[in-house]
Design a binder for this molecule. Structure first.
Ligand code: FAD
Length: 412
C-alpha cells in the first residue's frame, strides 16, 4: 500500500459499531484511530444478553426496527447478512450458537468472548485504541476533522465516523455526546426516548403484587386505540411492571409517552383460556368446593399476590365462601383476569433501558454508504442513528451491519 494514499480515519466510540467499522476500515488499508471514553472498549457488549450477548438473529428485516425512516436499514442489512457476520466471527475465532427461534449467541455463552474477539481483531490490524479519551468537540476545517479530547489534545483526520451509541445505560457509557457532536457539524436529531425498558404504572397496585410473575398477553393502547398485542412473561415491581412482554411493547409505549399521548396496557393473565370457559370453570370449582374461600379458589389459577389484588379491585371480600359467589361476581373476576387495565405514567428511564429510539436524522445520511449528506467526510453507524431494533439480537445486527458499511465507506 502506497503510504501517501493512506487515509487517516478517526472513529469515536469503541462499541459494537465502532469496532466493526475500525476492523473493516483497517482491512481496507486505512490508518484507524478509535477513541473510547470508557476505560475499555465494548462495555455494552460485555453487559448484553444477561452476560451472554445475543449477537444477532438469522431472521432480520426492516420491520424489526423503528425510527422515522425504517427502510433506511434495508440496504445495510441486505449488504451485510447474518451469514456474512457468522463467517466474519469465525475468521476472528468466535463461533456462534443459533437457537431455534433464530437468536444467535457466542458458543462460549459468554459476552466477554465477543468483546475480546473484536478488540483483538482490531488491534491485530493495527487499529490504535485510545481508551479514556472523551471527544468533547470537533472542528471541521480545510477538509480535515480536528478532534478535541477532554485531555486537551487535538489531532487532524481525513474522515470521521461517529459511533457513539445512544443515551441508554449511562453506567456503561450511554450519553448524548454523539448527538451534540453531530449537531455541531450541521445535523439534526430526532428526540430520543428509552426503549426495551420497564414501565411505570399510575397506581399503588403493582407494589402490592411486587415480585409476582405470570405468563400473560399484553395489549398496548395509545389514546384508547389498540396498537399492539404481545405474549410473554410479565413481572410486577414496586414502580410498575417489567418482563419480556413489557420490554417488547416498550418502544411504542415510550415514544407515545414522549409525545404526550395517553398510554394504557390491558393484561390477559390467563391467555390460554377463553373468557367463557374461565367463567364456567370458576363457577363449577366454586360449586364443587363450596366451603373454600374465593381467595383459595383463585389461588389455584394465579399467583396469590395477584389473585388477592383482583379481589380487592373487584371489591369482593377474599374470605367470601365459594358457595356465595354468584354468576355476576364470577364475571367481574373473569373480566379482571382477562383484561386488567393499567395507565402507564412513565418508563423506568434511560438508566434501565437497553436502547434508545430517536437519534441522528436518517434523512441526512446516505443509506448506501452511511456518509452524511450535510458534511462531507463524516459518517455514522449504530445506535446513534434514529434506528432502534426489537429485542432478539436486532440492535447488534444493525450496529455490525452499519459499522461494516461505514468502515467500507470511510476507506473509499
Ligand atoms: C444491558 C444491555 C443489554 C443489551 N443486550 C443486547 C443483546 O443481547 N442483543 C442486542 O442486539 N442488543 C443488546 N443491547 C443493545 C446493544 O448493546 C446496543 O444496541 C449496541 O451496543 C449499540 O452499539 P453502538 O456501537 O451503536 O453503541 P455502543 O455499544 O453504546 O458504543 C458507543 C461507545 O461510544 C462511546 N462514546 C460515546 N460518546 C463518546 C465520546 N464523546 N468520546 C469517546 N467515546 C464516546 C461510549 O462510551 C460507548 O462505548 C443491550 C444493551 C444493554 C444496555
Amino acid at each position: 500500500m502506497n503510504k501517501t494514499s493512506t487515509k487517516n480515519i478517526a472513529i469515536i466510540g469503541a462499541g459494537a459499531s465502532g469496532l466493526m467499522a475500525a476492523i473493516t476500515a483497517a482491512k481496507s488499508g486505512s490508518n484507524v484511530h478509535l477513541y473510547e471514553q470508557n476505560n475499555k472498549p465494548a462495555k455494552k457488549i460485555l453487559a448484553s444478553g444477561n452476560g451472554r450477548c445475543n449477537i444477532s438473529n438469522t431472521k432480520i428485516s426492516s420491520s424489526d426496527y423503528a425510527g422515522l425512516k425504517t427502510n433506511f436499514t434495508s440496504f445495510c442489512l441486505q449488504n451485510y447478512s447474518f451469514s456474512q457476520l457468522e463467517k466474519f466471527c469465525k475468521e476472528i475465532g468466535l463461533f456462534l450458537n443459533i437457537l431455534d427461534d433464530g437468536r444467535a449467541y457466542p458458543l462460549s455463552n459468554e459476552a466477554k468472548s465477543v468483546a475480546l474477539a473484536f478488540e483483538n481483531a482490531a488491534k491485530d490490524l493495527g487499529v490504535q485504541i485510545y481508551n479514556e479519551h472523551h471527544i468533547s468537540s470537533i472542528t471541521n476545517k480545510d477538509s480535515k476533522f480536528y478532534l478535541h479530547t477532554s485531555l486537551n489534545t487535538s489531532q487532524a483526520y481525513d474522515k470521521l465516523l461517529i459511533c457513539t451509541g445512544s443515551q441508554a445505560a449511562p453506567q456503561l457509557g450511554g450519553c448524548e455526546s454523539g448527538y451534540d457532536l453531530a449537531i455541531s457539524l450541521g445535523h439534526s436529531i430526532n428526540p430520543s426516548y428509552p426503549s426495551l425498558v420497564q414501565l411505570h404504572i399510575n397506581s399503588k397496585l403493582p407494589e402490592k403484587m411486587s415480585g409476582a410473575k405470570q405468563e400473560a398477553e399484553v395489549t398496548l393502547y395509545i389514546n384508547s386505540k389498540k396498537e399492539q398485542t404481545i405474549k410473554g412473561d410479565i413481572l410486577f415491581t414496586k414502580y410498575g411492571i417489567s418482563g419480556f412482554a413489557i420490554l417488547d411493547i416498550s418502544q411504542m409505549a415510550s415514544e407515545a409517552l414522549m409525545n404526550f399521548q395517553m398510554v394504557d396496557i390491558g393484561l390477559d393473565l390467563l391467555p390460554k383460556v377463553d373468557r367463557q370457559a374461565l367463567s364456567s370453570q370458576l363457577l363449577s370449582t366454586c360449586k364443587n368446593l363450596p366451603n373454600y374461600s374465593i381467595e383459595s379458589i383463585l389461588g389455584g389459577l394465579l399467583p396469590s399476590k395477584i389473585s388477592r389484588q383482583i379481589l380487592e379491585s373487584t371489591k369482593i371480600n377474599n374470605s367470601t365462601l365459594a358457595k356465595d359467589i354468584h354468576t355476576k361476581m364470577a364475571k367481574q373476576i373473569v373480566s379482571k383476569i382477562k383484561d386488567w387495565r393499567f395507565e402507564i405514567s412513565d418508563t423506568h428511564g434511560f438508566k434501565h433501558a437497553e436502547v434508545s429510539g430517536g437519534g441522528i436524522n436518517t434523512d441526512e445520511v446516505n443509506d448506501k454508504t452511511m456518509q452524511s449528506t450535510v458534511c462531507e467526510g463524516l459518517y455514522f453507524a449504530g445506535e446513534v442513528l434514529d434506528i432502534v431494533g426489537r429485542r432478539g439480537g436486532f440492535n447488534f445486527a444493525f450496529a455490525f451491519a452499519s459499522g461494516y458499511l461505514a468502515g467500507k465507506g470511510v476507506s473509499k
